[in-house]
Design a binder for this molecule. Structure first.
Ligand code: ATP
Ligand code: MG
Length: 686
């Protein structure tokens, strides 16, 4: 045991110390910030102790090929890989960056998610429960039924000439047809590019021009909350735009979503537009699988665009399949009896890896929710949890913070007894939001998996295994199997022990992206050149005395006040710990004396008025928690914050507002609500 820990990259001694805590040997009383999983939870978990984690982790690092081929062999491969499991070069100084896992093997991810599970006896198990926007509007598909629907669409796509390697753009809301469309593409080896159905025609057109799809799949309209959105009109405009850019698309397959809009009211272009319901159901419910190489592309997906223009991330088949399935199983301690709900839209990586592929590969029952978490009121999530007896609930800090603004009565009026694991993704979760999620939503019973990962990483990278580790609110804890996070300084030297710096990853993992679509040079420049020899994540991270990882925000957002480097997350978490503050975003502004000053945007708990007294009290909270050097120079009251459509705070826009560079706001196309920007500008002098 001690021998195996010697192989851990860093912080191993600290982990050993913590291990002692768990084994009840010492220290527990020192650590009042630790939240331990109950014995009842741990004893039934896949990984039930730090010791077990450490053994598996060490093996995954010492012998990645052996570790992953063992897990890989639980999937179906038409032909196995040869000769090696992994071949990689992450070091630009040694030549082109190349990552390959299971190369030469033939498989199909749709087959593994559906046919394989049906053969294993899950045919009549519910694969998807669909909950519509309106209360009482719902549906469901068993694994067998889902396979039939997927096959019909796959056969239709083949009939119109879509084949292996062809791109298909999917612009659909959270209907069951969205995962169906993804799986149908995968079944025939086509490459899907899902575009979140909240993007403008312009953003959609850009993505169409980039990947030149044979078909665009959409629906005529959707209701989100009380608002109907005419998706087909947006697609029409995007297709006019793409045609101008020499990318005409010959076929627009349109699903009729009658609860939002009747077909007669839909604008139509004969010859190009086809109703899904008119053609797809006429095709056979069986469709042979296209076997693809493990390294053949599975999908193309753009990042959220928090830091600038979105990047077209390309994932391949075999490694992604093994990695998403494995991370899902361990990070959520998944068991066949679970009912799993992830609130993310399939337009984001979270919806790819942890609504569609990861869960279905495990034979899980998944909830697909079309609506909004605040419609008809902010208790909707818990209504859904009770209705389907959800056991694993995975969401984003932005949702937690927005619900935290409201009375907890919206939560406590529901039972939520079925819940056993909670999850968070997208941004650092502030410790006070973590505690609210844990205490109020989870009744202090459910461990929280705070999963740190990226579109680029395909799956979880740093995450608690809920039965293994004591948790620290706000920390993503430890790396997943096979992942070697390192913290480096400005010069790219690895720093050991308790430290703070740039988060990089050493060596590849199966779910890693293989390139930026059509631009391998940008792939190398963005991710592998900043710190030669490593994958650079763009995020800052600190490691504490126990070896726990704390994400501190994007390194581009780090603020340097009189020589103190301050991560945005730290100051924001201090502000959010104030009982009247629901959400905060801080940015640096030029400061004559200090170099940079701290400018904080704050959103208050519902009904709390902004006042001079509150301003002072917010500043005092930061002074007390972090120190006088981190005290904000300016507090800007923000009834709403600019966020990406995936719910992340866009600090680059806030920086421009803070420094009054209003004509340099940059690309705002991925903003969820552009109106927020004007509102903030008008409140600048409050
Ligand atoms: P872009 O790369 O276009 O700016 P983005 O980075 O927001 O967009 P994603 O790939 O969706 O696009 O998000 C990944 C990023 O989200 C991470 O790099 C990190 O900054 C943040 N993140 C995700 N999960 C967590 C988490 N659990 N804790 C802290 N930060 C997280
Ligand atoms: Mg990013």
């Amino acid at each position: 045991h001690v021998e195996s820990m010697a192989q851990l990259p860093s912080g191993a001694g600290k982990i050993q110390r913590l291990n002692a805590v768990i084994l009840g040997e010492a220290l527990a009383s020192e650590e009042d910030d630790l939240v331990l999983p109950s014995e009842e939870f741990s004893s039934q978990a896949h990984v039930s102790s730090p010791r077990q984690y450490l053994e598996m982790y060490s093996r995954s690092i010492q012998d990645p090929a052996g570790f992953w081929s063992e897990i890989g062999s639980q999937f179906y491969w038409k032909e196995t890989w040869a000769p090696e499991v992994v071949s990689e070069n992450l070091d630009v100084r040694k030549g082109a960056v190349k990552i390959e896992w299971f190369k030469g093997a033939l498989t199909n991810i749709c087959y593994n998610a559906l046919d394989r599970n049906i053969e294993a006896g899950y045919g009549d198990k519910v694969a998807i429960y669909w909950e519509g926007n309106e209360l009482g509007q719902d549906g469901q598909l068993t694994y067998k039924e889902l396979l039939e629907k997927v096959c019909q669409l796959a056969n239709y796509l083949k009939s119109v000439g879509v084949g292996k390697g062809d791109a298909v753009v999917i612009y659909l809301p959270m209907l069951m047809e969205l995962p169906i469309a993804m799986l149908a593409c995968a079944r025939i080896g086509a490459v899907h590019s899902v575009v979140f159905a909240g993007f403008s025609a312009e953003s959609l057109a850009q993505r169409i021009v980039d990947c030149k799809p044979k078909v665009v799949i959409t629906c005529n309209a959707v209701r989100r909350g009380s608002k109907p959105i005419h998706l087909k009109d947006i697609v029409d405009n995007a297709l006019v735009e793409s045609t101008k850019n020499d990318v005409p698309v010959g076929l627009c397959l349109t699903y009729e979503n009658p609860s939002a809009m009747k077909r007669e009211a839909t604008k139509w272009q004969d010859g190009r537009d086809v109703w899904w319901q008119d053609v797809v159901p006429t095709f056979p419910t069986e469709c042979p699988v296209e076997w693809v190489d493990a390294e053949d592309p599975l999908f193309l997906l753009y990042t959220s665009g928090s830091t600038g223009k979105p990047k077209g991330v390309l994932h391949t088949t075999g490694g992604y399949m093994v990695y998403t399935a494995t991370t899902f199983k361990y990070a959520f301690d998944y068991k066949p009896s679970d009912i799993y709900w992830c609130t993310a839209d399939c337009g984001w990586i979270t919806g790819h890896s942890y609504v569609t592929y990861g869960p279905l590969l495990n034979g899980a029952t998944v909830i697909v929710f079309e609506g909004a978490p605040n419609y008809p009121d902010v208790g909707r999530c818990w209504d859904i949890v009770d209705k389907y007896k959800v056991t694993i609930f995975y969401t984003a800090p932005t949702l937690v913070r927005s619900l935290m603004r409201e009375s907890s009565e919206y939560v406590t009026r529901y039972s939520r007894k079925s819940l056993r694991v909670l999850g968070s993704v997208g941004e650092p979760i502030n410790p006070s939001a973590w505690r609210w999620f844990f205490n109020v939503v989870g009744d202090s019973r459910c461990p929280i998996s705070d999963t740190w990962w990226q579109t680029e990483t395909g799956g979880f990278m740093i995450t608690p295994l809920p039965g293994a580790w004591p948790q620290k609110p706000g920390s993503a804890t430890f790396p997943f199997f096979g992942v070697q996070p390192v913290i480096v300084d400005e010069k790219g030297n690895e720093i050991e022990g308790e430290c703070s710096g740039y988060l990089c990853i050493k060596n590849s993992w199966p779910g890693a992206f293989r390139t930026l679509y059509g631009d391998h040079e940008r792939y190398e420049t963005t991710y592998f050149k900043p710190f030669a020899g490593y994958y650079f994540t763009g995020d800052g991270c600190s490691r504490d005395k126990d070896g726990y990882h704390w994400l501190t925000g994007r390194v581009d957002d780090v603020i340097n006040v009189s020589g103190h480097r301050i991560g945005t997350a730290e100051v924001e978490s201090a502000l959010v710990s104030h009982p009247q503050c629901a959400e905060a975003a801080v940015v640096g502004i030029e400061h004559e004396v200090k170099g940079q000053g701290i400018y904080a945007f704050v959103t208050l708990i519902e009904g709390v008025p902004y006042s001079e007294e509150l301003r002072k009290s917010l500043i005092l909270t930061v002074r007390k928690q972090i120190g006088a050097f981190a005290a904000p120079d300016k507090i800007h009251w923000a009834p709403g914050l600019p966020k990406t459509r995936s719910g992340k705070i866009m600090r680059r826009i806030l920086r421009k507002i803070a420094s009054r560079q209003l004509d340099e706001l940059g690309d705002t196309s991925t903003l969820a609500d552009p109106g927020v920007v004007q509102q903030l500008i008008s409140l600048s002098d409050c």
